[in-house]
Write a new protein. Sequence first.
Length: 151
Amino acid sequence: MVTVHFAWEAWADTSMGMPCRETKGAAGVDLRANLRDRGTLRVRPGERKLVSTGIRVAVPGGYEIQVRPRSGLALRHGITIANSPGTIDSDYRGPLGVIVLNAGGETFEITHGMRIAQMVVARVVSAAFEVATCLDETERGASGFGSTGTA
């Protein structure tokens, strides 16, 4: 098991507790909106907002945190993460914010303490990159988007 340390921002509401899994088999832990004014943040259709979580994290080397949308918010309200999945690198120690995008048709209200995203800890594979004079051939070749069928 990997340990990810976190610290509260000085102004944060610590009463909501540390990020945790809602069920035993959950892959990710929920992130909550931790708003400085403890109020409501309105996100209009098509608008993006940076939502504070009130925490900073220390991800161990060789790992990253992926910030992902919550499926229920996406389905019911069109609320997603603009850069999904967002990556928190192991050398970043700044505030953890979530870039929320309202792809729905109505203004959405984010309230203090609301579960707005989930984060998953994932291994990072380091790769070396080399210039090649030619690439090996495959059956697919250079066929792009939609080239493998319509279903």
